[in-house]
Write a protein that binds this ligand. Sequence first.
Ligand code: IMP
Length: 204
Amino acid sequence: MRKIVIASNNPGKLREFATLLAPFFFEAIPQAALGISEADEPFATFIENALAKARHASRAAQLPALADDSGICVPALGGAPGVWSARYASHGAGEPKSDARNNEKLIRDLADKEDRRAFYYCSLVLVRHADDPHPLIADGECWGEILDTPRGQGGFGYDPHFFLSQFGKTAAELTDEEKNRVSHRGLAMQELSAKLKAQRAFPD
Ligand code: IMP
């Protein structure tokens, strides 16, 4: 079993990544278990942030690393909240993140907009070592529309306001299985999995 460090502290993501990697004989180790701090995410694109997180964890652990970066993009708001999704309503890095305040701000910002379309986006990066010149890169997006009134108790973040017409439900009303099948992270994982299956994707 070869080891890989996961550059995330989110228990839900850690579980999903461990499941993704198990068929490829990877033992997934959370970065916190190795005492590795969270990397800065200063960049304007998801892919740059995901790459920075993966490189940081790989360098610190001296192991391959997997990282993701995700968020929600609203075309009527020029792509915002985008890479700032986790801290959309926070002023400065010191102010704690709050899903409730982020959702309130999103609904306020959309008050005079007719176009309610939005998509979740996920960039996923696997580096074989910190200076890997050709990381495995996958991405996924999931389209829906923003409802003013929240629905559902599941999920996290913007899910209670994110309506998927193919289910007639918000993301917070989906089962885990339904969400994983269509979500930005689920689709990115399927793509990464296909790349890992390709013979030369991860030579020993
Ligand atoms: P990160 O990828 O953990 O940095 O997540 C960024 C932020 O995007 C989260 O804090 C949420 O606000 C939002 N986000 C990402 N994925 C989802 C999702 O599946 N549901 C709801 N919100 C999400």
